[in-house]
Design a protein around this ligand. Sequence first.
Ligand SMILES: Cc1cc2nc3c(=O)[nH]c(=O)nc-3n(C[C@H](O)[C@H](O)[C@H](O)COP(=O)(O)OP(=O)(O)OC[C@H]3O[C@@H](n4cnc5c(N)ncnc54)[C@H](O)[C@@H]3O)c2cc1C
Length: 465
Amino acid sequence: MFTKIDKEIIDLLKKFLNSDQIIIDREKFEDYSHDELPGLKFYPELVVFPKNTEEVSRVIKLANKFNFPIIPRGGGSGLTGGAVPVYGGCIISLEKMNHILEIDSDNLMVTVEPGVITGVLQEAVEKQGLFYPPDPASMDVCSIGGNLAEGAGGPRAVKYGTTKDYVVGLEFVTPTGEICQVGGKLVKDAAGYNLIGLLVGSEGTLAIITKIILRLIPLPEFVSDLLIPFSDFKKAIKSVSEIIKAKILPSTIEFLDRESIKAYREFVKKPIQFEDAEAHLIIQLDGNSKEVIEELYEKIWEICEKFGAEDIAVADNPQVRQRLWEGRRSLLDSLKAISPIVDVEDIVVPRASIPDFVEEVIKLGKKYKVRVANFGHAGDGNIHVNILKEEIPDSDWHELTPRLRKDIFQLAVKLGGEITGEHGIGYAKKDYLSLSTSQVEIDLMKKIKKVFDPNNILNPGKIFE
Ligand SMILES: Cc1cc2nc3c(=O)[nH]c(=O)nc-3n(C[C@H](O)[C@H](O)[C@H](O)COP(=O)(O)OP(=O)(O)OC[C@H]3O[C@@H](n4cnc5c(N)ncnc54)[C@H](O)[C@@H]3O)c2cc1C
């Protein structure tokens, strides 16, 4: 179906790429053969590292001429196999296009190349009193381009939304090699279809994003984190709905179930706060007045106490806060220390349905005799259901995971949810897309794909065949 990449193609690439911009040795392909989705590995035939948009366009034009697949890649931290070259071909790694081009404090905008690491961008704008809120837990390794492609979110989505809410301008290269600019440093833009909205979340299947303009907001002056233990996870989640009902909007409301707390305790190998609890809530409040924040956490404590919370720890100094969040961000690593293979699902349901969802998932875990740990963004209904392989033999694991996954997705859909809240469909979930997406919608998506990519060379095999 696709042409193999041969010497003729490589020689043509070498006419405009330097030797440090091409990898052709199979031994060096390892890092590019997988992302963070366990068990999916395909080797590319070539990896290239363009340094500018023009080079991206020239590689794509060659791919069209010779009919080989191209796969955009950022930090490789995806959890659905999005950057894995399932049909071989050429990976276009954006890691050398990693410059912050301009922080414009007059317009509260930042212009970046796609390979900028999300955490690096956040630190750079914060030094100027500005704030880029989307905070995927992988922000030390993932790239802004990958965040756009996945529509990434993070704990702060409750108050600040996700990546899509910050993109105001884009430069991209189409799958036929044209360079296109849309939007700009604009707070409003109503000219024609919203192509930015279409490309954010398109999982590297419609275009390669080469420059991004993001909206910034002023950095809140005060931030406090609360760690609240519960002896009943249902009550922990119910208190989340009450907090929102009381018109309090924290910047994050994260929850960890018993299995996740246990895994983290085992991982750090030292006592952790409230380690015997059935559930933890981590709530972050931010704003420009310390008094207002203190008033809010008093109110939150009153609500949580009513729902059986027995204690509270308040972290308002930066070191303690950092430790708390490092813990939260290392949860997946904690689970991987117990079970190197962890199947991570990131369903989303209406906030109020979380208790019913988690209760049913625990039952499913018992039915399939597999350990399941749940944690995630309670404030926005996005739960990470982590299925641990542990000692389960490979053949049993391959037989049970598709069935269990389907049950979990059907449960989410029954409760009015979706099969993914932030990790995307990629390769891992394409067989399940129709569980929550109508045929009409899927057909429209396929037609859009065809318009952008008539030769189907950009990231084939992702979202749908
Ligand atoms: C420990 C851990 C925690 C995580 N926590 C979160 C979280 O809190 N929230 C969340 O949303 N996700 C999370 N993720 C998932 C992952 O980090 C995100 O999906 C992230 O956005 C991927 O970015 P990346 O640069 O690593 O992209 P990659 O994995 O390299 O690629 C992801 C997709 O984007 C495409 N792509 C990459 N760059 C471009 C580009 N310039 N143009 C077009 N397409 C492109 C690729 O083709 C692929 O389809 C987590 C992952 C891990 C391992």
